[in-house]
Design a protein around this ligand. Structure first.
Ligand code: RNT
Ligand code: ZN
Length: 424
């Protein structure tokens, strides 16, 4: 059987259980997924000395050759990934990826839209939206590891000014691309050991975010999110931006959205179980989808159980698909980075497509009728439906390489481009 015949046969099997696979494919093709720029260069950015270690409680491990060392290299690699992935993408940038003209360096508190105009050109060239992140880490002004919660007012002001500059840049992105920009606030501020004052840093962090969001902006164009964190490397005992802190900040500040990263909870807590609770209270929420292995390790996203469960929660609660801002967040320096990006993006697309090819209404009905034996049996049966044929059809309609093809393109790119880069 060729691809179309396999699709026709799979489509029939899904139709028999009430699933319209054409509608699922059509729907998924329009769902924006934000693909982070920072997988390509191990979160180094361009505004500080790239040989300095990553700080802020996060860490990349590995030294696979071929890291992008310049904006041009990062854009070229990212472009390669775009060509290998189906669906609607957004480019997720960090402020540390500012591009300065010769002699035009400014510090983070003075960043302006012009420092990102090359990224805007890049986004326009590919017809994609832009998301943004102030960078509250890997910088000499992190005094004692602290930024927005710092007791040093001069230091804290530098970081507030950075946040405000980022609000202006986010609005510029939205106006230029015509697509709203999600701007995420995350800090690694915290303490390695038992603190004597847990409230002070949180009071200051709250005040700092309030000053940042007071920067004039159109909330329809700039969606500001706050991301929680349970711990970081070197800040194991306490983080100012805990789950309760950020969730309550969002709940009490109109227009601010909570962002859940599924690496930022205790290992037995599941973000898939949290999404519906947040959707009871917020019009919109945001996610960083990652893969924590034993800790917040930011491994490449795979088509694993939790990713599938998160995808189900995104698609099956009424109009929730349009209420969840989806982004990927991981960084693996131990494997080919173009492959890492591509595997993660394609895995999430698979999870979403699989969720859209699920007879969700029928399963809910079984639950409501307390037919739980049948519900379990049905859910298990679905696992062996011919999903791969639907996925291949989606790839073909999106002009994305098939499962057999994409990796050879990565190998070719590694041979021709990545392997020729040396570490400075
Ligand atoms: C860190 C957070 C945060 C970062 C990016 C680079 O634990 O997940 O989202 O990964 O800002
Ligand atoms: Zn994150």
């Amino acid at each position: 059987m060729n691809r179309s015949e396999r699709y026709a046969s799979a489509k029939e099997q899904y139709a028999a259980i009430g699933v319209d696979t054409d509608a699922a494919i059509e729907k998924l093709s329009k769902v924006p997924v934000s693909l982070h720029c920072w997988q390509g260069d191990d979160v180094r950015g361009f505004d500080t000395d790239p040989s300095k270690p990553l700080t802020g409680g996060i860490q990349t491990t590995g030294n696979y050759p071929g890291r992008a060392r310049t904006p041009e290299e990062l854009m070229a690699d990212y472009e390669k990934v775009l060509s290998l992935c189906p669906g609607t993408k957004k480019l997720n940038l960090h402020a540390s990826y500012a591009i300065f003209e010769e002699g035009g360096f400014v510090d983070r508190d003075k960043l302006e839209p012009k420092h990102f105009s090359k990224w805007v050109d890049f986004a326009k060239k590919h017809g994609i939206g832009l998301d943004f992140n102030p960078t509250f880490f890997s910088h000499p002004n992190m005094k004692d590891g602290l930024t927005l919660s710092s007791p040093d007012e001069t230091n804290r002001k530098f970081w507030i000014d950075h946040g405000r500059a980022c609000v202006r840049i986010s609005e510029y992105f939205a106006r230029e691309t015509g697509i709203p920009c999600v701007m995420n606030i995350w800090i690694g501020d915290g303490y390695k050991d038992i603190p004597a004052d847990r409230k002070g840093p949180r009071d200051r962090y709250k005040d700092s975010i309030e000053q940042i969001i007071a920067e004039p902006h159109d909330p329809k164009l700039v969606k500001i999110t706050v991301e929680s964190k349970v711990f970081g490397i070197g800040v194991e005992s306490y983080t100012a931006g805990s789950a309760e802190f950020t969730l309550l900040f969002a709940a009490t500040h109109p227009g601010i959205l909570p962002l859940m990263d599924n690496g930022h909870y205790h290992p037995t807590e599941m973000v898939s179980d949290k999404i519906s609770s947040l959707l009871c209270y917020f019009d919109e929420i945001a996610l960083h989808i990652t893969r924590p292995v034993r800790w917040d390790s930011d491994h490449v996203v795979l088509l694993d159980d939790e990713t599938k469960e998160i995808a189900k929660e995104i698609v099956r609660n009424g109009d929730s698909l349009s209420r969840v801002n989806i982004a990927l967040d991981y960084f693996d320096a131990s494997i080919n980075r173009v492959s890492a990006w591509t595997v993660g993006f394609r895995s999430l697309e698979k999870a979403l497509l699989s969720a859209l090819c699920t007879p969700n209404a029928e399963l809910k009905k079984l639950q409501d009728e307390n037919q739980l034996t049948k519900l379990m049996a049905k859910q298990e049966e679905l696992k062996t439906y011919p999903f791969g044929d639907i996925w291949e059809e989606y790839l073909a309609r999106e002009n994305a390489p098939s499962e057999m093809e994409w990796f050879s393109q990565v190998e070719e790119y590694e041979k021709e481009v990545l392997s020729k880069r040396s570490e400075a």
